[in-house]
Design a protein. Structure first.
Length: 202
């Protein structure tokens, strides 16, 4: 039900029950209930579709820079539908951290190329310092994303999001080895399955 439809519903109530205040208020309440129900379903469906596409782009790795914002947009809509601010805050802080990390990685790589420093060597002191900083950002990202997916699991009752939360956090911790990156990738696979299931429930 759109805003125009809600207004029309109010007008119909006024025409039918203008001389009966009690019934008029009951009619308004029915209009509001229908409007809120449809609005919530629309937000969930839209959020699920956006999250599904965003997860796929994130899984493609090379397009993750576009996928992460879509997942954020999806969580934003779902947080409105479920009235859960913690979900939105977790995804927002995780996304901000992701882009800080992204820019930081580009800056470090560019600085290394300009100065002729080989940051790929584990024996390079500069590499160790930058790697520790990057690892801290990854942990921050993983923590907030875990919180967002866990809140989504609680509100949607879809266990895929709980698994995504756990794998994302464990993956962030284990990014010092290759398996961590793989676990983060798998976490978005579970997120994709969760968004698809949520989409099909509407």
């Amino acid at each position: 039900m759109s805003n125009d439809e809600l207004t029309e519903c109010y007008n119909n109530c006024a025409k039918r029950y203008n001389d009966n205040p009690a019934k008029l208020q009951d009619c308004y309440a029915v209009c509001n209930a229908v409007w809120k129900g449809r609005t919530k379903r629309d937000l969930i469906k839209s959020g699920a579709n956006t999250g599904y596409i965003g997860s796929i782009l994130t899984l493609a790795v090379i397009t993750s820079v576009f996928g992460i914002p879509l997942v954020l947009s999806a969580v934003r809509r779902l947080s409105k539908a479920y009235r859960n601010k913690a979900m939105w805050k977790g995804a927002l802080y995780a996304t901000i951290t992701f882009y800080i990390l992204f820019i930081f990685a580009i800056a470090v790589n560019r600085t290394g190329n300009l100065n002729g420093v080989n940051y790929a060597s584990i024996y390079n002191a500069h590499y160790v310092i930058y790697d520790v900083i990057g690892y801290i950002f990854i942990l921050i990202y993983g923590w907030f994303m875990k919180n967002a997916f866990n809140e989504l699991r609680k509100m949607s009752d879809i266990e895929h999001f709980g698994r995504a939360a756990l794998l994302n956090w464990i993956g962030a911790i284990l990014t010092i080895v290759v398996v961590g990156i793989i676990l983060i990738w798998i976490s978005y696979l579970y997120a994709m399955l969760g968004f698809r299931k949520l989409k099909n429930l509407q």
